[in-house]
Structures are given as C-alpha cells and as structure tokens.
Design a protein around this ligand. Structure first.
Ligand SMILES: Cc1ncc(COP(=O)(O)O)c(C=O)c1O
Length: 416
C-alpha cells in the first residue's frame, strides 16, 4: 500500500474497544485473534447501534409511505446512498445502486450490460487473479453471447502481466475489461487507472471489482476512470446483505433492468411496463434498508479513522507478518512486497495442508482462512490447491501476528 508519510497513527486500543468479540475469551483462554477480515470483517458497535436505532425509531418501507416513519426511513436509506456516493466520489447519488453484495453488483453488469452488448468477435478480458465473483459471471456471459473470454496472465510471482493486454486485443474487439482493485488472495494493489485507460483506448468498458479495496484504500471512480465499480459492506465493517454498484449514468440509463418487480417501474399496464428512474430501475423489491444504513455508519467510522491511518497500520502489520513468517523454515510466501499490498498475507508451510495449519491455530483462538479463497485459477497458476491466508484490519495488533507465528511453528512440530 502506498504509505503516506506522517499518516496519523491508528489508535488500536480505542478502536478495539468498539468490537465486542474482543471482550470474549476465545480458545486457549485468550481473546480471539481474528485474522480473517478479508473474508468478512468484524463490526464495531457504532454500525450495530445505527442499525438498531433505525429499526427501533425510523423503520418502515421506503419511498412509498406518506407518513412520518416512512419519511424517516427513506431519509435514512437515501442518506446512506449519499454516503456511498461521497465514499467513491461519484458525481451523483443516482449512479449508486444498492445490491446484496459485490457478487450481485457484478452479475448485474454482466447480465444487464453484457447480454445486450456482447456478440461473437468481441473479447471479454479478466485476469488470472480474479475472485470467482469477477470471473465466473464474465465467463458465463461470454459463453452465452459467443464472445471470446480471455485472461491477463500472471507472472510466477503472481503479478498481472499488463503487457499481455495488447496481445489479447488481437483476438477480437475488446469490449469489457474486468479486474479487481485489490486481490483477496495475495493482497496486490493493482494499477486500476492504467487498466481502465487501456480499456478506453480500445473502446472497451472497465469494470472494477473493489470488494477488497473498499475496506483498505480510498476509492475515486472518477480518478480511476471506471465505468462500473462494485463492493460489499460486510468486508468494510458494515453488515452482510448489502453492497453497492456504482455505474456511469449514461451506461446505466441505456441498460435493460436486471431484476424486475415492485419499485423499479414507472408504469405497469396489461401489455407493457416501463422502467423507473435511476437508481430505482435496478432496485426491484424491498431493498436491504437497515443494512444500507449500517453501510453508511461503516463509511462514517472508516472516514473518521482516515484511509491514511488505515493504510499505514496495515502496512506495518503486513511488513511485520511477512518478515516473521519468512524466518520460519519451510514457509512459502506469495504475493508482492508490503508497499504494494493491502493487509493480506498468503502462505504455505512445508507440505502441511492449510486446513491442518488453520485447525492448529484455532486451538489457540487464532482465526485464519485456509483454502482456495474463491480463486481456483490463481491457485492453479501458483501450483497449489490451497493456501493459508491471514488478513488484517483496523483492530489487528502485532501480538496477534506473534500468535499466528507461534501457531505455525506448532503446526510444523505436529505435522512436519
Ligand atoms: C476481490 C473480491 N471480489 C469479490 C468478492 C465477493 O464478495 P461478496 O461475496 O461479498 O459478493 C470477494 C469476496 O471475498 C473478493 O474478495
């Protein structure tokens, strides 16, 4: 991660007091060392309080009611949309569509844009570094439309070979380039503005999967020059069940709906239905209301800490973890140096299966993820079936990384 010199130091003790899970005694008689935030983060009280307050004092269905509670509910929900707009620096809140999560947001684009704009001769480009959520929808829609599906390859070190884009363009007309901003497996922070510029030079759209970026790095859709950008609340201190799609207004306006039903219509007749205005055209049915409010509260919480401080904290932890793990014989580390990654560290230990390592760590209350991390193409490239992944966030402290290292050493004694 690009570290800003002099970034305010994050007050982890103050932050940790906001997370109830840290009050509990975990396995081994110690507090949980939760090192799986890349899968889903823990939630501070401020987010839970905002949702409780909304349910208790401002709850009704939104937009349709003419009574005071419905107006309060609508104000809370639309207030959250405005917070998302500011969070990604969109021009207007009409470009923000609430979805269930990043996966649904990407599917929305793949179906509602892809099905009507792709045909044989077109090329859909993703990368070998993608989460399945930004891989499978494009592979599937390419198959359905007869478009060619191609991947930007990785170097042996797991870096995107962006030079290969020109080669891929020879396979037809590039129409979509879809990549992650931050890799969930390796933590790599990708040069999304460069990828977006390439896409536009080739008359393609650029779709940014920011699921793993939103918790860690500032997002500016205008600076990136993206056409669509997707993320989930649950990875950035917010609740599960809500995410957001930002899309360029001109594109969203031209697109057919994704889901149809209540709320997304302008007029319904026996023979024909017309669609509502943005963003409602893409929000069929009752939205995740309190969840959106929770996302707004998570954005407030992160903004108060500031991404400079988040970045500096994660950089310190990541550099420390990489250094400590590298000291252990038989540990293989994957991914770039700490200055180009968010707080995510993937590794293997001798030939010990990651599930065994994770189980040994759990005995001591240390939670890491073991598996393919929804990145089977990447695992194939790395020549492994799975890795261990420790991921850090605002509540992580170095002592938890020491406990990780102790657990890895214990796993080596047991299985090595
Ligand atoms: C990079 C990336 N993209 C997409 C997703 C999908 O997120 P969700 O399951 O919240 O839709 C994830 C989740 O791990 C991810 O890390």
């Amino acid at each position: 991660m690009a570290v800003t010199a002099g970034a305010a130091k994050l007050d982890t003790q103050k932050i940790r007091a906001d997370f109830a899970y840290l009050e509990e005694e975990g396995n081994g008689g110690k507090p949980w060392a939760f090192l799986d935030s890349a899968a889903s983060s823990q939630k501070p009280r401020q987010v839970l309080d905002a949702m409780r307050e909304y349910y208790e004092h401002s709850y009704a269905n939104v937009h349709r009611g003419v009574y005071t509670l419905a107006e309060r509910a609508t104000a809370g929900f639309e207030g959250a949309r405005e917070k998302v707009r500011a969070f990604v620096n969109a021009e207007t809140a009409r470009e923000i569509v609430f979805t269930r999560q990043a996966t649904e947001a990407i599917n929305l684009v793949a179906y509602a844009w892809g099905l009507n704009n792709l045909r044989p001769g077109d090329v859909v480009i993703v990368t070998e570094l993608e989460h399945h959520s930004n891989f499978v929808p494009w592979q599937y829609i390419a198959k359905r439309t007869g478009a060619t599906f191609r991947m930007v390859p990785l170097t042996d070190d797991g870096e995107l070979q962006l030079d290969a884009l020109d080669e891929l363009a020879r396979d037809g007309n590039p129409k979509v380039v879809a990549t992650n901003f931050v890799s969930n497996s390796l933590g790599t922070i990708n040069d999304v503005a460069k990828i977006s510029a390439w896409a536009h030079d080739h008359d393609a759209i650029y779709v940014c999967d920011a699921a793993q970026a939103a918790p860690h790095v500032p997002i500016d859709v205008q600076a990136i020059g993206a056409d669509f950008l997707a993320f989930s609340a649950h990875k950035m201190l917010g609740p599960s069940g809500v995410g957001a799609l930002w899309g360029r207004k001109e594109l969203l306006e031209k697109m057919e709906p994704f889901n149809t039903g209540g709320h997304m219509i302008r007029r319904v007749r026996f023979d024909e239905t017309t669609w509502g205005e943005l963003p409602h055209k893409f929000e069929a049915g009752t939205a995740p209301l309190a969840e959106a409010v929770g996302l707004g509260a998570a954005i407030d919480y992160l903004m108060e800490i500031g991404f400079d401080a988040v970045g500096a904290h994660e950089h310190e932890l990541t550099a420390y973890a990489l250094e400590r793990l590298a000291e252990i014989d038989g540990v293989t580390l994957y991914g770039p140096p700490p200055d180009r990654r968010a707080g995510i560290v993937s590794f293997n230990v001798d030939d010990i299966h990651p599930h065994d390592v994770a189980q040994v760590l759990d005995i001591d209350g240390v939670a890491i993820r073991a598996g393919h991390h929804c990145c089977q193409p990447l695992m194939g490239k790395l020549g492994v079936a799975a890795t261990n992944r420790a991921s850090f966030y605002v509540y992580t402290v170095t002592e938890e990384i020491d406990r990780l290292v102790d657990g890895v050493l214990r796993a080596k004694q047991l299985f090595g």
